[in-house]
Design a protein around this ligand. Structure first.
Ligand SMILES: *Cc1c(COP(=O)(O)O)cnc(C)c1O
Length: 321
């Protein structure tokens, strides 16, 4: 039983072809040395919007456009919001991004610069979500979920295809875990191609809704806590339809990291790999650096999910260690 099929993933790949990068898979000598097996990095940092979210958004928007939809809306101010704005402009459809009046001006400007209509509503993320749903009900917009959607999951799953094509001997894939769209997609595609691939999800120790839900065996709410891995924050939805069940079925191990470990990953990426990565994208490298995986089978592939870190924060972290 699954929400998507391998055929859906290949269809998503056709839909996003030419609109999204086929990203490089490069070996990390430093991490390979440390792990004792080859470690490769899947560099979603090079996507035009700086994260893999462009895959899922482009997959979903292309499918909507095929069905004649001309207006889409989301409430995300982060990587998903950017991705929806970028994909909508590329497809020539209208995008609205709802956000609260508390969202910092630089984030508002970034979304507006991508050509999306910014709709300011209320004082919280929940208020922004309510406004997005009003646009759906009253103005005919289609809502584009950040993870819990079959076309989004199939888009993220194209990463799994690319990994197994570039490195068929891949034995372990390490993926950052939040709402589980990325994890579900990559794990589904990888295990369809080779069921023996071990799938490890990595997230922060505090405020990780998917981990708490896996422990509770049902979707649960967690308090949001500030973290360097800000793109891994947020809930999975109490009425989660797809990603909770898929993640639960496909995950071999969950790893939780503290903030110092996430910071070490960011610094390692910069010093040793010459990469600027955001906290959410550093966690796979942190897991190898801190040797929290006991004897993982190689070759290991780490999904490096995005580069959208506040540049001042990045500078402080680099200088601090
Ligand atoms: C969204 C995001 C994730 C987590 O993806 P989910 O599908 O929500 O699990 C990881 N890294 C980055 C950079 C992201 O933007």
């Amino acid at each position: 039983m699954s929400a998507i099929s391998l055929a859906d993933v290949y269809r998503a790949r056709q839909r996003i072809e030419g609109r999204v990068c086929r990203t490089p898979l490069v070996e990390s000598p430093a991490l390979s040395h440390m792990a004792g097996v080859p470690v490769h990095l899947k560099l979603e940092t090079v996507q035009p919007t700086g994260s893999f979210k462009l895959r899922g958004a482009t997959s979903a928007l292309t499918e909507l456009a095929e069905r004649g939809v001309t207006r889409v809306v989301t409430a995300s101010t982060g990587n998903h919001g950017r991705a929806v704005a970028h994909a909508a402009r590329a497809l020539g459809i209208e995008a609205a991004v709802c956000m609260s009046s508390l969202v910092p001006k630089n984030k508002v400007d970034a979304v507006a610069a991508l050509g999306a209509r910014v709709v300011i509503a209320g004082k919280s993320q929940d208020d922004a979500q309510v406004e997005a749903m009003r646009l759906v009900r009253e103005e005919g917009f289609a809502f584009v979920p950040p993870f819990d959607d079959p076309h989004v999951i199939a888009g993220q799953a194209t990463i799994g295809l690319e990994i197994l094509e570039a490195l068929p001997s891949t034995a372990t894939v390490i993926v950052p875990l939040s709402g589980g769209g990325l994890f579900s997609g990559v794990a589904f595609a990888a295990k369809q191609i080779n069921p023996d691939v071990a799938m490890i999800g990595v997230t922060m120790a505090r405020g990780a809704a998917m981990h708490a839900s896996l422990v509770a065996e049902k979707p649960v709410l967690v308090d949001e806590v500030e973290t360097l891995a800000d793109s891994l924050g947020g809930g999975i939805g109490l009425d989660n339809q797809l990603t909770f069940a898929m993640t639960r079925a496909l995950i071999d191990r969950v790893v939780l990291l503290d903030e110092a470990s996430i910071a070490r990953g960011i610094v390692h990426a910069y010093r040793e790999e010459r990469l600027v990565v955001e906290g959410a994208a550093a966690v796979g490298m942190s897991a190898v650096l801190d040797r929290v995986l006991d004897a993982p089978r190689g070759p290991i592939v780490i999904v490096v999910s995005g580069c959208n870190i506040d540049i001042e924060l990045h500078r402080r972290l680099i200088g601090a260690l």
